[in-house]
Structure formats: structure tokens, C-alpha cells
Ligand binder design. Sequence first.
Ligand SMILES: [Zn+2]
Length: 176
Amino acid sequence: MKEKYNYMRRRRQEINKENLHEFYSLEEETGCWLWNRARNQRGYGLKKFKEKITAAPRIVYELVNGPFARHLVICHKCDNPPCINPGHLFAGTQKENCQDAVAKGRTAHNTGPNSGTAKLTRRNVLEIRSMWAAGYSVISLAKRYDVAVSTIWSIFKGKTWRHVQLNEQIASSVSE
Ligand SMILES: [Zn+2]
């Protein structure tokens, strides 16, 4: 009974700058803030905001930067839909521009201490996991993908890339 009450309260909880931290889990290697509530099929968080179901990155962008023009698209520098880290979000005028900007920004994004992880794509992660299962060593995988051995380990330990789900793995093996 009590659990149910808490659940209902959690669902109805409004989001604001002060309680924002309750709505995500930090992914340490990438610095992404992964939305921990309802998501749509593409992985974007969804939440009622100002009486309307709104994509989580739009909510957070507004909370941090103030209201913005409705036609603007909120893009991810990290290319990770569930992420709501304000430092990873920027406003673009249309989706194409979003992707161009992300592509141009990639080099800059890769110079940080997390470059090893930032360099890998979801596809790489899936490949690494299956190669590891097939018997490749961690060191050989690190060399092959030009990342630190610790980066490969983090993938296996589930510290990073947890959002690359098993169903994605199945989907990608089917499409091959
Ligand atoms: Zn991010």
C-alpha cells in the first residue's frame, strides 16, 4: 500500500531545477545524465511539463536556459537520446543541422578525459561485446578500437553503455 502511494507520488512529481537530480542517473564515463523515468521508443525521456507531455531534453533545456522558441530542436552533442545533461544539449533549428553540428563538434568532444568512450559508437560496443564473447582478449579489443583497456573493461562491467540494450543487440544481429 505504502509502495503504491510512493509510486503515485513519484509519477506526479513536478520537475524543477532543484529536484532535477532525482530524474537521472549519471553515467560516469560519458558524463551523460540518463533519464530514469518513462521514455519513448527512441529513448527520449517524457514528462508532463506545463500541462503538456514534453521531451525531457526540452524540459531541462528550458529549466536551465529559460523559455525558447518552440520551433527550435534540442539536440544532443553526445548523440545519446536519454541524456539530459544540460552541457550536452544545444538548440538547433532543424534536425539536419543538429546532426551536422554534432558531427562537427565530435573532435572537440573527444579531447576530454572521456575520449575513449566518446569515440565508440553503439555499434562498436555491440561488436566489442560479441567479439569478447567469441574469445577476443580485452587487450586485443582495446588495440583494435584504439581505446584504453579500462574502457573495454567498463563496457563489460556494465559501467558504461548500459543503455545499449540487449534488444538492440538482437535487432542488429537480425539486420546483418
Ligand atoms: Zn550526454
